[in-house]
Design a protein around this ligand. Sequence first.
Ligand code: NAP
Length: 284
Amino acid sequence: MTTAINACTRVLTLLGDPVSHSLSPIIQNAACVAAGVDGVYVALHCDQERLPMLMESIAQAGGGGNVTLPHKERAAAVVKHPSEAVRRTGACNTFWSEEGQIHGDNTDVEGFRRALERFLGRSPRDHRVLILGAGGAARAVLLSLLDEGVKDITLYNRTVERARAVSRRIGGERVRVVGPVEELDGGGFDLVVNSTRLGLDPADPVPLDLNRLERVGGVMDLAYGDAPTVFVQEARAFGVPATDGGEMLVQQGAASFERWWGEEAPVDSMRAALEARREGKGAP
Ligand code: NAP
């Protein structure tokens, strides 16, 4: 067991807008207890203007944390020592301080890779993949898939110019960007990944009407909540295997934990905390 919060407790924060939906505090505080480290993890609602000031102040005070939507691209410009994943994606979701300098990583890349492997049970290398969205999370998904050797990737985003910018930065000619959604009609994909923010609110519409597609092999929704997202429910109703962002949350959180604490994360405890919350049992 960790000690109770005291004058030496290290503060880790989630910075974003919104943050109240996040289950990161549940899994990270469970991780601190399981690993016996003296830390506490809290969520702070933060607008774009205050992000640099908050990241710098928290890091200077010996803390660190995660950055979530819609600030990951802004956070990449704040860190002084970006990891390769931050440099390649232009997005940062994890920060901490070393010798007074802010370091940053994008653990969504690793988190997505680990979660996808668990979902598929194999490498996605020969899959035809459709990515929905072009924000910070989509950049991580794209980089992860390219590094896995996936050759057939299509990117669709509401704002096509943003998708083009992401493909220019990360994928180059290996990524096909579609314009109007009608261009997807009749298409076939082994995997559809939702990395838009649709699904965060249970009242959101689905990010794509799956009836438009001729064939879908599987759906991975990065959004998550206490219950399966509407997109996951719809895919399952079509008989398509589908998973939400819960496992990615655990895996990116485990990678972040390792950056902050320099030790292996208690992944099983983190997953158990998430499952307990979802089953309405509260943190174990
Ligand atoms: P972001 O940078 O703010 O990007 C938001 C994306 O959603 C953009 O592509 C945006 O399209 C699209 N979008 C927003 N409103 C839309 C609407 N009404 N219709 C269609 N598209 C819309 O956010 P992010 O950081 O990439 O996060 C995206 C999602 O991934 C969030 O739900 C987040 O919780 C989730 N996520 C989950 C994990 C996990 O561990 N499970 C990790 C990272 C992210 P435009 O460009 O047209 O605005």
